[in-house]
Design a protein around this ligand. Structure first.
Ligand code: F6R
Length: 630
């Protein structure tokens, strides 16, 4: 990991390539702007100027690059572009992509990590190749350029044959991951891409085509897409495209259609994507339920699990894997499935599972949860479980993502694009799907028809309840004003509300840069209570039910130590008036709706505190929307 950091390598960069009907630069810059949400610190573009490349690169925002681009003359109809996210240092114009090869023949943008770059670089330098950046990406590019030159000179190959041969030759020598696009001065009518471990997708337009890391880049221009698989190479012209394997075997492509509209990926009248996405939650939850209840309404149903009920009956255990917020959704699934379906559930961080080699019972069903479907830790954990022969199902938002394409079945969230880096609507929809799954598994086992009907009815009420919770936004904005200056927060919740406390703390940390910790309320006495002071507010969840009184007692302990308390409750008048400094009341509902419902005030509180602190809500420092290196 240290080595990776020192290499200034890339976490989740954006790639956009365009060819050919219109002037390329505005289209590429627009694509980069749409990919800003992925997180980046510099941007660059390679355009054609007469018969030569013109490369422009700028640290900072895409807007800086746009202004720079306006200063130059370039009316070319093809080009490639990139947003780069560096880890340590190395944020410079030189290290930004696209790179140009030492002989000025090739230009390339790369997402991923070339692990054996140092050795290759030494070998190339010994052969007279020079470098202008510190990146591993330039090493891959120069290796391709070196082999290309050899193909032309020694084998007298035509430029297209030579380039593809050089590309395959270079990719067979490198270790690591890549999603690359490149152009060649000898082949102005083509852009070429290849992937292994980093997503790449072709946008198939009307006399224009795209190669990008994410469909959002071209969503306004075409809805027809071809997702590349690992080990594939794409050759794209303005009117056509070809896909082959690394061994040059032709692949017949499947053209998919993006199901959402460009407006879904725009901010509309909201000041931030995060706020827009928080307010989209009634619809996201509604979409997660569409067509997913049986005709008699006593259970949920899922079209894509690809597993027969008879086989599911054999499952003894379920393992959920995910990262960050998605890991919190895994914890919600654990609670609900164990409680209602009585199937033992384990939850592991995907990153830990991959290297832990934990013993799994043979009748274990594995689930991965991932909004983006591209998180490398989750993807590799999924691959590891599949390698061992386990069936892996997924809960994923992005259709066509690598995790969704590689798993054995699963549930799509249909939440629409989530652009804000802090996950909101995707999380609540994952929790809701977990609740539907618990109903599905429970009805397959011991849950009665009547109980199933009651839960199905409760689940269907969720969008309306979430809308009610959203109506508290003004009150929460006021609370945020009062508490935004604090630098430490505690979040407490018990049982299923413990993961929600963890999620509340994570949201606050990531967008407000405030130190926050989530704990099970009763654990507070075992250490964290030492933190309680007038300077450390606690967000305490106290919902009615078995442990309501115990939660109130925990709040009392905080108050006795002069800790400010923001309580979230559904108890109405049963919540003692003077027990908390602030009380956010939520509607009372069945437990299966608690996770998404209680998440709403947590998300709003983090959002408004971040706004008060003038933080960049949608692009928090150091974070990327999906993390595609380990
Ligand atoms: C936090 C957040 C991250 C992601 C995590 C996994 O708001 O968004 O913690 O949840 O990086 O991402 P996905 O779900 O895309 O696998």
């Amino acid at each position: 990991m240290v080595r990776l950091a020192m290499l200034c390598n890339l976490i989740m960069c954006g790639i956009v390539g365009y060819i050919c009907k219109h002037e390329a630069s505005p289209i590429l810059l627009d694509g980069l702007r749409r990919l800003e949400y992925r997180g980046y610190d510099s941007a660059g573009i390679c355009l054609w100027n007469k018969d030569q490349f013109q490369i422009l690169k700028k640290t900072g925002r895409v807007e800086n690059l746009r202004k720079e681009t306006l200063k130059h003359d370039h009316s070319g109809q093809a080009g490639i572009s990139h947003t780069r996210w560096a880890t340590h240092g190395g944020v410079s114009d030189e290290n930004a992509h696209p790179h140009i090869s030492w002989d000025n023949k090739l230009s390339m943008a790369h997402n991923g990590v070339i692990e054996n770059f140092a050795l290759i670089k030494r070998e190339l330098e010994a052969k007279g190749v020079s470098f202008t950046s510190e990146t591993d990406s330039e090493v891959l590019l120069n290796l391709i350029a070196f082999l290309y030159d050899a193909e032309l000179k020694q084998n007298h190959a035509t430029a297209d044959v030579a380039l593809l041969k050089a590309l395959r030759g270079a990719l067979s020598q490198v270790e690591g991951t890549y999603g690359i696009i490149m152009t060649c001065v000898d082949l102005p009518d083509l852009i070429i891409g290849a992937r292994k471990g980093s997503p790449l997708v072709i946008g198939v337009g009307d006399e224009e085509n795209f190669l990008a890391s994410d469909v959002t880049a071209f969503a306004g221009r075409t809805k027809s897409v071809v997702y590349l698989d690992d080990g594939q190479v794409a050759t794209v012209s303005g009117t056509d495209f070809f896909i082959t394997t690394m061994d040059d075997v032709a692949i017949s492509p499947t053209i998919d259609t993006i199901s959402w509209d460009i407006e879904d990926a725009e901010m509309g009248s909201y000041p931030h994507f995060m706020l827009k996405e928080i307010f989209e939650q009634p619809m996201a939850i509604e979409n997660s339920m569409r067509g997913r209840f049986s005709q008699d309404n006593s259970t949920a149903q899922f079209g894509g699990l690809n597993i027969a009920p008879r086989e599911l009956r054999q499952i003894d255990r379920i393992l959920f894997l995910g990262c960050g917020t998605a890991w919190h959704a895994c914890l919600i699934a654990e609670y609900l499935i164990e409680k209602y379906a009585r199937i033992p559930v384990e939850v592991e961080y995907a990153s830990e599972f991959r290297y832990r080699n934990s013993p799994l019972d043979k009748n274990t069903l594995v689930f991965t949860i991932s909004q983006s479907g591209e998180t490398i830790d989750t993807l590799e954990a999924q691959r590891e479980a599949q390698r061992k022969g386990y069936r892996v199902l997924g809960i994923t938002n992005v259709v066509g993502s690598t995790i969704a394409r590689e798993n054995d079945g699963g549930v799509f969230q249909h939440s629409g694009p989530e652009i804000g880096v802090a996950s909101t609507k995707a999380f609540s929809s994952q929790c809701h799907i977990a609740a539907m799954l618990s109903l599905y598994f429970a009805r397959m086992r011991d849950m009665s028809f009547t109980d199933g009907k009651e839960i199905a009815k409760a689940l269907k009420a969720a969008p309306g309840l979430i809308a009610q919770a959203l109506s508290r936004a003004d009150q929460i904005a006021e609370i945020a004003k009062k508490y935004a200056h604090h630098d430490d927060f505690l979040f407490l919740g018990r049982q299923m509300m413990f993961p929600i406390a963890l999620e509340g703390a994570l949201k606050l940390k990531e967008i407000s840069y405030i130190h926050a910790e989530g704990y099970p309320s009763a654990e507070m006495k075992h250490g964290p209570i030492a933190l309680i002071s007038p300077d450390c507010p606690t967000v305490a969840i106290a919902l009615k039910g078995e442990i309501f009184k115990k939660s109130l007692a925990n709040i009392q302990e905080i108050r006795a130590r002069k800790g400010p308390v923001i309580a979230i409750t559904d108890a109405g008048k049963d919540f003692p008036e003077d027990l908390a400094d602030e009380v956010i009341q939520l509607p009372e509902t069945h437990e299966v709706n608690h996770a998404p419902l209680v998440s709403i005030p947590m998300q709003l509180l983090s959002y408004y505190i971040a706004v008060e602190r003038k933080c960049d809500v949608d692009k928090p420092r150091n974070l990327a929307k999906s993390v595609t290196v380990e």
